[in-house]
Design a protein around this ligand. Structure first.
Ligand code: CAO
Length: 432
């Protein structure tokens, strides 16, 4: 048999004449026990009045802005369930008047609205000093659940109140804004807009549109720079013997009209060997998992007239150095001519960026996500190296390894560099 329950304002302590600032139900709505029906707000706290019976809302007897006190009839609910004789106390939440944080709700329902020190259930998002956020406890709880910073949410409710939909809209906005993708919802980057300068005020200028490749790689690089906690580790490899060997083989091959060995091809082969020793460098972060790749696809940065491209040598572990040299040359040519196929730029597990043909000493390459490391190489140079008795001229190759610190710490990165330098110093080790 159905029964009508009258839901009234419960005991709200010393307060009276408190305005209703939100009404969550309309006639015909079904409510469950303890669902928030209305929110009251005094100058010190907000409070949800919960449903003391489950059922269908028959009448809403108040409207926004009405002032109510204990015992004021709010809503009639029809239900088959027996009504609770004693209405539950309201859920209260103090409003921080001038604090710098949004307070969490009191851990146990307090019958009064007086703000009490409360233990936050989660680290509260910061508010700018002096600011005041108007939101009901349920909306605050919803925001906390999503990690939304209420001080950043644009309110659309009466008197500047933040509604549940406002929080949802803010979260959606954060998720679809490229600059903040991946940043924690509560800690978006909050960057200043890009400076707008009229350069022509200072002298003659020419506006040249960025190429398509520059735009695409620019977005990737910016994301990788911002999202990866990356550290660059430097090492010098003694390539005196390796370079002598390369020159000797190339001379022999020149006579026979064969292909030319490049330092990049040796580097790819040595890197594959180092990756086999340190599998974490051939991995990707995927949510809670680290994906370790059993294949060895090595990307290499190619400088093209239209911008940077990264072709990939697939299964480099199964290829000889001549084959790798020939393939890098061919892919670099295609990159420069703009004829690379998409498949030729996919699947890399590790990337090498060689500036050795140009110069430089060291640099900090940016990791090509979702990879976790990249090796930068500059121009080899003869350097005096102390052998215990005298300085010897040694051909030294500067290596710059950037690694994702979430996966690779400094000790591991340095071990990788030392291993790579040993492989290059004595290439016979590659076969061990
Ligand atoms: N030290 C000294 N000399 C080197 C060297 C090194 N580390 N690496 C290459 N060289 C020499 C080569 O031996 C070659 O000389 P020879 O013609 O006398 O043999 C000359 O430099 C030119 O080499 P290369 O750069 O044309 O060829 P490569 O195989 O070394 O590199 C490629 C190919 C595609 C990596 C290169 O052409 C390229 O595009 N590099 C730029 C990569 C880049 O832009 N990285 C930055 C990314 S972040 O902005």
């Amino acid at each position: 048999m159905s029964q009508m329950t009258e839901i009234k304002v419960p005991d709200i302590g010393d307060f009276s004449d408190v305005p209703i600032i939100e009404i969550y139900v309309n006639p015909g709505d079904t409510v469950a026990l303890d669902d928030a029906l209305v929110t009251l707000e005094s100058d010190k706290a907000t409070m949800d009045v919960p449903a003391s019976a489950a059922g269908v809302v028959k009448e809403v007897l108040v409207k926004l802005g009405d002032r109510v006190s204990e015992g004021h009839l709010l809503i009639r609910v029809e239900s088959g369930l027996p009504a609770q004789t004693e209405p539950k106390t309201a859920k209260t939440e103090p409003i921080p008047a001038d604090s710098t944080t949004v307070s969490a709700p009191a851990p146990t329902p307090a019958p009064v609205l007086v703000p009490a020190p409360v233990a936050p259930v989660a680290p509260p998002p910061p508010l700018s000093p002096g600011s005041k956020v108007h939101a009901s406890p349920s909306v605050r709880a919803y925001a906390r659940e999503l990690g939304a910073d209420l001080s950043k949410v644009k309110p659309s409710g009466p008197n500047g109140r933040i509604l549940r939909e406002d929080v949802t809209a803010w979260v959606k906005g954060v998720l679809t804004t490229p600059a903040t993708v991946g940043a924690s919802l509560g800690g978006s980057l909050d960057l200043l807009p890009w400076p707008k300068v009229d350069f022509s005020k200072f002298g003659e200028i020419e506006a040249r549109p960025l190429s398509r490749i520059q735009k695409i790689s620019g977005q990737n690089l910016a994301r990788n720079w911002v999202m990866i906690p990356a550290v660059t580790y430097h090492e010098d490899a003694d390539i005196t013997e390796l370079e002598a060997f390369r020159i000797q083989v190339n001379k022999e091959n020149e006579k026979a009209g064969g292909a030319k060995l490049t330092m990049l091809a040796f580097l790819i082969k040595a890197v594959v060997r180092a990756l086999q020793t340190f599998p974490a460098f051939n991995s990707s972060v995927d949510g809670e998992n680290l994906i370790l790749k059993k294949y060895f696809h090595i990307g290499f940065a190619a400088d093209t007239p239209n911008g940077l491209m990264v072709p990939v040598i697939k299964n480099a572990d199964q290829k000889g150095i001549f084959e790798i040299a020939q393939e890098t040359g061919e892919l670099a040519r295609q990159a420069r001519e703009g004829t690379l196929k998409p498949g030729d730029m996919q699947g890399a597990g590790f990337t090498i960026s060689s500036l050795g043909g140009i110069g430089g000493t060291y640099f900090s390459p940016i990791i090509n996500a979702p990879e976790v490391a990249i090796l930068g190489v500059n121009k080899s140079a003869l350097k005096p190296v102390w052998d215990g008795k005298a300085f010897q001229p040694r051909l030294t190759l500067p290596l710059s390894l950037t690694a994702d610190h979430r996966v690779i710490d400094g000790a591991l990165a340095t071990r990788f560099n030392v291993c790579l330098a040993q492989l290059l110093a004595d290439f016979r080790r590659v076969t061990l």
